[in-house]
Design a protein around this ligand. Structure first.
Ligand code: PEP
Ligand code: CO
Length: 449
């Protein structure tokens, strides 16, 4: 069966305005790279994408919960085994906490293996009177503040594909090859976390899981099966560079349908979700699950039309609305949105991004977020869903497995003055491993109810 979507082709987005695209100096070079990319193998397969959609359909009704997290912006220089492993570790740790205490299956999804392009609030950046094009992610240009580094180079898209491929290769090896086994829950606790209150809570929980596993073995239940010794991590990124996304879009040979095979889920950012824009046009035609960021200034009718355009059949699992409203707006901005979408009968995975509207600049000049603000937006998200009779279905974090100091607060109470110690992000501030685990412990009970 082939689904043909009205007037859509994988390049029909070119007839619409595409915001946030780089000013590539040489279009012929871009075209050549994209042609090469379109011949290379897909990064993920349509069958996996369909499995994800089925799982997300369960998050619509509260039978599963989505945990999505990773860097704001991945860097090519961080595509190393230790960095990938640490990010995976902390995602697995959070997921096990949420599954154990929250009592429902957790869909694990990384902002990983392709999160290399960034929308920016300004096209140009000025420093000491010098004006240069903004850094738009490693797939476009480089962060150093020099004219050469900031020239968009299409070869970076090819590099991005290769970096995504090797990241994914390692993730598949870890998750399928025993590393993600529930027998190893204890070993995921990183050294620097193990010494902390969160690490100790985690260790206690891991011991209980271990005991449960030993008990099953004692009474003769086999624990060497895929449910126990394998796990699945889905990939996601913001679908920003439409030429790249088009080049990775393929027709699935088993169904004849178009899938964007650069990641399992693609999301549309707050800055590029115009109803008549190129990003919406492109994503309406691929069959992947789609995320849409919704910020505090949303227009209700606009969101409704966006959902209808992206999901005309109201298929469950197709749309995840990722609300990023901010601690100070969530109690006013979320209820009307939930009410209206419920009234329309839309099938939606409601996910909370407690990061992007809670950013502020510390006195030291560092862009940061406070742990308590993040927690408060999440708490308000859950409470609002409960009072509106809708289902809180997921969470979206910027986080890392590394011991960074980018967000303030948490059990170790990182203060503004400490941000400079290990402030490593090239874009937005991330929760470190310990803060991530702490969030998971704090919210797990809310998932249960
Ligand atoms: C992001 O997720 O990194 C991002 C830019 O988010 P938003 O589109 O919600 O601002
Ligand atoms: Co970000």
């Amino acid at each position: 069966m082939t689904t043909t979507i009205d007037n859509w082709t994988k390049s029909s987005w070119k007839n619409f305005e595409a915001l946030q695209q780089p000013n590539w100096p040489d279009q012929t070079e871009v075209d050549n790279v994209l042609k090469d990319l379109s011949r290379l193998p897909p990064l993920v397969f349509a069958g996996e994408i369909r499995v994800l959609k089925q799982q997300l359909a369960k998050a619509v009704t509260g039978e599963a919960f989505l945990l999505q997290g990773g860097d704001c912006s991945e860097n090519f220089s961080n595509v190393t085994a230790p960095t990938i492993r640490e990010t995976l570790k902390v995602l697995l740790q959070m997921a096990v906490v949420l599954t154990y205490a929250g009592g429902k299956p957790v869909i694990k999804m990384g902002r990983i293996a392709g999160q290399f392009a960034k929308p920016r609030s300004a096209d140009m950046e000025t420093k000491d009177g010098v004006e240069l094009p903004s850094y738009r992610g490693d797939m476009v240009n480089r962060p150093e503040f020099t004219p050469e580094a900031r020239i968009p180079d299409p070869k970076n898209m090819m590099m991005g594909y290769n970096m995504a491929a090797c990241t994914l290769n390692l993730l598949r090896a870890f998750t399928r090859g025993g590393y993600g086994s529930l027998q190893r829950v204890q070993s995921w606790n990183q050294e620097f976390v193990a010494q902390s209150p969160m690490g100790r809570s985690y260790d206690r929980m891991a011991k209980q899981i271990d005991q449960a596993m030993k008990f099953m073995e004692t009474i003769g239940i086999k624990t060497d099966n895929p449910q126990i010794n394998q796990t699945q991590l889905f990939t996601s990124h913001e679908a920003l560079l439409l030429g790249y996304e088009e080049a990775l879009t393929r027709i699935d040979s088993t169904t004849g349908d178009p899938y964007n095979c650069s990641a399992h889920l693609l999301w549309i950012g707050e800055r590029t979700r115009q109803l008549d824009g190129a990003h919406v046009e492109f994503l309406r035609g691929v069959l992947n699950p789609i995320g849409v960021k919704i910020g505090p200034t949303y227009d209700l009718d606009n969101v409704k039309r966006l959902v209808e355009k992206l999901n005309p059949e109201n298929e469950a699992g197709r749309i995840t609305l990722i609300t990023r409203l901010g601690l100070n707006n969530v109690d006013k901005a979320l209820p009307p949105l939930l009410r209206e979408m419920k009234r329309e009968g839309f099938n939606i995975v409601w996910s909370c991004d407690p990061m992007h509207a809670n950013t502020y600049t510390a006195e030291s000049g560092h862009k940061t977020r406070n742990f308590n603000d993040i927690l408060s937006e999440i708490t308000c998200f859950f409470e609002t869903h409960w009072s509106e009779g809708t289902v809180p279905g997921g969470l979206h974090f910027e986080m890392t497995g590394e011991n960074v100091t980018e967000c303030t607060g948490g059990a170790r109470n990182i203060i503004d003055e400490q941000l400079a110690q290990r402030y490593l992000t090239s874009c937005d501030p991330r929760l470190n491993a310990e803060q991530s685990l702490e969030v998971a412990f704090q919210i797990a009970d809310m998932i249960r109810s």
